[in-house]
Ligand binder design. Structure first.
Ligand SMILES: Nc1ncnc2c1ncn2[C@@H]1O[C@H](COP(=O)(O)OP(=O)(O)OP(=O)(O)O)[C@@H](O)[C@H]1O
Ligand SMILES: [Mg+2]
Length: 472
């Protein structure tokens, strides 16, 4: 806690940090917090899962004037789920300082939000579209704003929110402090920064790689029509605790999650065409580990922090290198390890190479697993279950029955039968997944321009982010 104190953080916030299990600041927190407390505008770039939320969240809370009855700070996020999550983290950070943070996002009843706004939160975390709605209805007042944070700033530009963001920024006082945060900062961001930030400090946690070293990264070369069966084999072999599978289209989310359910996996899909209630319930079930596999479009690629996500699968290779960085960054967070696997069809290999160039990291080729390997994987799991059961005990009421059985049948047959029952055997239930054309690298004209990005790789160099910043 000493190190946090040295950054100039007050006792109430230190108490919250300790309650959250934070012991020392991460590098981005260490560098950004003092600058932000002194009132600087800032562009903050650091790898996924390294605590950028608290890096802007702590100064937001510290700079706040309590009980003014007006909104003091705004955080803008590209997705609704991220707005909810960031608001939750800010509420935890502000739990002892009576600072209230409200998430404001599309898909939620606007009248409920208006009521909540009347209760005078000091901070709001919003998606740009819904905040614009409230501005037009005059249900939100931005004239006393002291701080504006654009979390995942580059993604909000990709999504075409630039005009909304400009309008929002123009509605706030010029004296405000403005912050941009993301793990990737492509060149276009500088344009926005030049127009809306005043002499910003640039804090970029230099590291050799853009992705987190704790994430093992692999790829597999296969045809599109092989993907589903290979994916099931991988799940059987790797037995991920929680995993996120990214696909290219909403239709694929629906088809893949249905297909996985048919084959007995615990999976649900999330994408932008579902109702917000459905999106919320799927994400909640995933956070609670009620479902193990989240099938998603890029709507879940940015910022989401879900503990226990041990594996990320790119069922379809992402559209651009930035998206790759963020998708795989859903694992390996806060000092944990993780594994990322990308499916690449032969015509997309060039695309994989460009991801490697930009992330400065080799993605290791892994051979396509065989059915036999998948079965072995499942048998291994069955054995593990059996041995764990011996350890956890409670077998007394089964012993006499076991002895009876052993008098009639040989022990190997008995055990083999038990293992067979515990093993998930290959399932051939028919499924339907529509084939996708290989990814074409979009050229000029589209919003995302991987070609351009390749010329302007995001900053990166030097020592790695140390897991040491995360003693929990
Ligand atoms: N100083 C700290 N000590 C321990 N854990 C921390 C610390 N700071 C943040 N964390 C935890 O680390 C996790 C990742 O933090 P966060 O979501 O802010 O990462 P991020 O840098 O914003 O990642 P992304 O680029 O994916 O959005 C969260 O669970 C957060 O509570
Ligand atoms: Mg974040």
């Amino acid at each position: 806690m000493e190190k946090f104190r040295e950054l100039g953080i007050s006792d109430v916030t230190i108490r919250a940090l300790s309650d959250m299990g934070f012991e020392e600041p991460t590098p981005i927190q260490e560098q950004a917090i003092p600058l932000l407390l002194s009132g600087k505008d800032l562009i903050g770039q650091a790898q996924t899962g390294t605590g950028k939320t608290a890096a802007f969240g702590i100064p937001l809370l510290e700079n706040i004037q309590r009980n003014t009855g007006t909104i003091f700070g705004i955080v803008l996020t590209p997705t609704r789920e991220l707005a909810i999550q960031v608001a939750e983290e800010l509420n935890k950070l502000g739990q002892f300082s009576q600072v209230r943070t409200l998430p404001i996002y599309g898909g939620q009843d606007i009248y409920r939000q208006i009521k909540a706004l009347q209760r005078k939160p000091q901070i709001i975390v919003a998606t740009p579209g819904r905040l614009m709605d409230h501005m037009e209805r005059h249900t939100v007042k931005l004239t006393d704003i002291k701080m504006v944070v654009l979390d995942e700033a580059d993604e909000m530009l990709n999504m075409g929110f630039i005009e909304d963001i400009e309008k929002i920024l123009r509605a706030t006082p010029e004296t405000r402090q403005t912050l941009l945060f993301s793990a990737t900062m492509p060149r276009q961001i500088q344009n926005l920064a030049q127009r809306f930030l005043k002499d910003p400090a640039l804090v970029s946690i230099k590291s050799k790689e853009v992705t987190v070293p704790l994430i093992e990264q692999y790829y597999m070369e296969l045809q599109d029509r092989q993907k589903f069966d290979v994916f099931c084999r991988l799940l059987d072999i790797q037995a991920p605790e929680l995993s996120i599978v990214f696909v290219r289209t909403k239709r694929r989310v629906d088809e893949l999650s249905e297909a996985l359910k048919k084959r007995g996996y615990s999976a649900e899909g999330i994408h932008g065409d579902l109702t917000q209630a459905k999106r919320d319930s799927v994400l909640r079930q995933f956070r609670e580990s009620t479902i193990d596999i989240l099938v998603a479009t890029d709507v879940a690629a940015r910022g989401l922090d879900i503990s226990g996500v041990s594996h990320v699968y790119n069922f379809d290779i992402p559209q651009d290198p930035e998206s790759y960085v963020h998708r795989v960054g859903r694992t390996g967070r806060a000092g944990q390890t993780g594994l990322a696997m990308t499916f690449v069809i032969p015509r997309e290999l060039e695309h994989l190479r460009s991801i490697e160039r930009i992330t400065k990291r080799k993605i290791v080729r892994m051979p396509v697993p065989t059915v036999t390997e998948a079965i072995e994987g499942q048998q291994r799991l069955a054995v593990e279950k059996l041995l764990n059961q011996i350890e956890s005990g409670g077998l007394d009421q089964y012993r006499s029955r076991a002895e009876e059985l052993l008098a009639e049948t040989d022990s190997v047959s008995l055990l083999a039968a038990a293992l067979k029952l515990l093993t998930k055997e290959p399932d051939t239930t028919p499924i339907k997944i529509t084939e996708e054309a290989p990814l074409r690298i979009r050229t000029y004209g589209g919003k995302r321009k991987p070609q351009e990005n390749r010329k302007n790789p995001p900053p990166g160099a030097k020592p790695r982010y140390k897991a040491g910043g995360f003693k929990k």
